[in-house]
Design a protein around this ligand. Structure first.
Ligand code: 13P
Ligand code: SF4
Length: 344
């Protein structure tokens, strides 16, 4: 394939995800939830459960959310599971605890319902890496492209895509794409190159990546294996290929649960966001999980951390902030999301 990604896009994405000095996972001060006592957490959770009933709301929570938020969820899962739940719910209000693109996907699937997200500024570095105007320019220059977009992108990018995928179904989705069209995979080059390898399908890769997952290294895995020689290494596909090459399993956050439950090993090194450990430990209480650290730092997504228990409580009280999108964007973005749900 002789279609090339322009150099300015490569530079643009590199600037978004360039590592910072010190703790690369540092959460900005203003985004750290206030330290709460166990009694305060218990009372707030009680009030959240009461308000959920009163509002006839469903609380959908991503696997990377804080333990005290996971504990009040109606459903916890990965992007695929959350999209499926959003597609089938008949709740009057969808309260989403995750990042903005997840809440937007729920809104696109439920344009008539109220969808709230405790902090709508909770973004994602992958979403930042793919401005819709750049994708439109690229598509216009290469109209033959079939565009597969990872769900971690804006609604405007979804609206320009032929089909959406998640880490849980990307291999299946790409295998289903028309064989006579060249594929452009946006915005995650690390997930894209892994899917290309799994499917044998050559793809043009948008040069985006997740700032947090891209920080894991093969050396860190080797070091962790020295400390836990019997542990299996389970890695998210957003990580670099060098990390995937030294892993026992590469999968979505939800598949991590079934893999660890069904595997005979008792110890696991987990290369993804640190809150995944809470869910894994809860689902597999007889096993041990170790987060893969980088230079001693716990891998935390600064965007996911913007959602706190206090903000969640306020959101259920006020039903704000709500997700609003234009009808035109929602109508255009719905078709590729529904195609994904149909194909997986
Ligand atoms: P999952 O769909 O595997 O949960 O991944 C979402 C995500 O943002 C990973 O960084
Ligand atoms: Fe986005 Fe990375 Fe955070 Fe996932 S971990 S929400 S891909 S920035």
């Amino acid at each position: 394939m002789d279609i090339k990604i322009p150099e300015h896009l490569v530079q643009y994405c590199q600037n978004i995800v360039k590592p910072v000095s010190g703790n690369p996972f540092q959460i900005e001060k203003g985004n750290k939830g206030a330290a709460l006592s166990p009694e305060q957490i218990r009372r707030m959770q009680e009030e959240i459960r009461r308000l959920k009933e009163e509002r006839r709301a469903i609380l959908l929570v991503h696997n990377y959310q804080a333990p005290e938020i996971q504990d009040v969820a109606d459903y916890i899962g990965d992007s695929l599971g959350l999209s499926r739940e959003a597609a089938k719910t008949d709740a009057e209000v969808i309260c989403f605890c995750g990042v903005n693109f997840m809440g937007e996907t729920a809104k696109i699937l439920n344009p008539e319902r109220i969808v709230v997200l405790p902090d709508t500024s909770a973004g994602c570095s992958l979403e930042e890496c793919a401005p819709a105007a750049e994708l439109l320019k690229f598509k216009t220059a290469h109209p033959e492209l079939y565009v597969v977009s990872y769900i971690n992108c804006s609604s405007s990018v979804k609206a320009l895509s032929d089909v959406i995928c998640t880490s849980g179904n990307a291999v299946r989705i790409v295998s289903n794409c028309p064989k006579d069209r060249p594929i452009l995979f946006t915005p995650d080059q690390n997930l894209g190159s892994w899917v290309a390898k799994q499917t044998g399908r050559e793809m043009i890769l948008w040069p985006g990546c997740c700032y947090a997952h891209a920080l894991f290294t093969a050396d860190a895995v080797v070091q962790a294996k020295k400390e836990h020689p019997w542990a299996k290494v389970v890695t998210h596909p957003e990580c670099l290929q060098e990390v995937k090459d030294v892993s026992d399993e590469v999968c979505s956050t939800e598949k991590m649960i079934s893999y660890c439950r069904e595997n005979s090993a008792r110890e696991f090194i987990i290369a993804t966001e640190a809150n995944m450990i809470y869910r894994l430990q809860k689902e597999c209480p007889d096993k041990l999980f170790f987060p893969l650290k980088i230079n001693g730092y716990l891998p935390e997504c600064r965007h996911m951390k913007k959602i706190t228990l206090s903000k969640l409580l306020d959101t259920l009280r006020t039903l704000q902030p709500q997700i609003h999108l234009s009808k035109e964007i929602m109508d255009q973005a719905r078709a590729p999301i529904e195609r994904m749900l149909e194909w997986s």
